[in-house]
Design a protein around this ligand. Structure first.
Ligand code: FES
Length: 148
C-alpha cells in the first residue's frame, strides 16, 4: 500500500532542515446545494466556478464545494477557514459577490488570527456573517468582559 504525502519542498537555507509545504493553508468553501426559496437553481455551482477562477493564482487557497453547511435558509452559504484562525460562515452570497469574497479571502489571509469587524469586510460580507468561530484555544476566561 502506498501512502500519499503532501507535496513539500526543503528550505533553501543551508542548515535549515525545516520543510516548506506547498499545500494551501486556507480554504474557501462554497455550498453547491443551496437553493433559493421557490427555485430549482443551485447558484453555488456558478459561484464556485467563478471563485475558483478568481483565486487560481492565490497559492495559499484551496477553493472547493461542499453539500450543505446548515445555513440552508440563507443561500448561498460560503465559509473561510484556516488552522489557528477564526472560521467564518456567510449567507446570502451570489455570483455578484464573487469579487468581494475574493477580496475578503485575501484580507483574511493577511490577518494573523482571521478576526475582523463587520466594518472592515467588503460589500455584503459586512452584514451577512452567520458565524465567526474563534480558533481553538482563543476563548476568553469566564471573568473577562472584553467584546469586540
Ligand atoms: S444547502 Fe447550502 S447550507 Fe444547506
Amino acid at each position: 500500500m502506498t501512502i500519499q504525502r503532501p507535496v513539500t519542498a526543503h528550505s533553501p537555507i543551508p542548515g535549515d532542515d525545516r520543510t516548506l509545504s506547498t499545500e494551501p493553508t486556507h480554504e474557501l468553501v462554497v455550498c453547491v446545494t443551496c437553493r433559493p426559496r421557490g427555485s430549482e437553481d443551485r447558484p453555488g455551482k456558478a459561484l464556485l466556478a467563478e471563485l475558483t477562477a478568481q483565486m487560481a493564482a492565490d497559492a495559499a487557497w484551496r477553493v472547493g464545494g461542499i453539500e450543505c453547511m446548515a445555513a440552508c435558509g440563507r443561500p448561498c452559504a460560503i465559509a473561510l477557514q484556516s488552522q489557528d484562525k477564526t472560521t467564518w460562515l456567510f449567507g446570502d452570497m451570489d455570483l455578484t459577490d464573487a469579487e468581494d469574497i475574493a477580496r475578503f479571502a485575501r484580507q483574511y489571509e493577511a490577518l494573523p488570527d482571521g478576526w475582523c469587524k463587520a466594518s472592515e469586510r467588503p460589500g455584503k460580507l459586512a452584514r451577512t456573517a452567520l458565524a465567526r468561530i474563534p480558533a481553538s484555544g482563543r476563548v476568553l476566561p469566564p471573568d473577562a468582559d472584553a467584546c469586540t
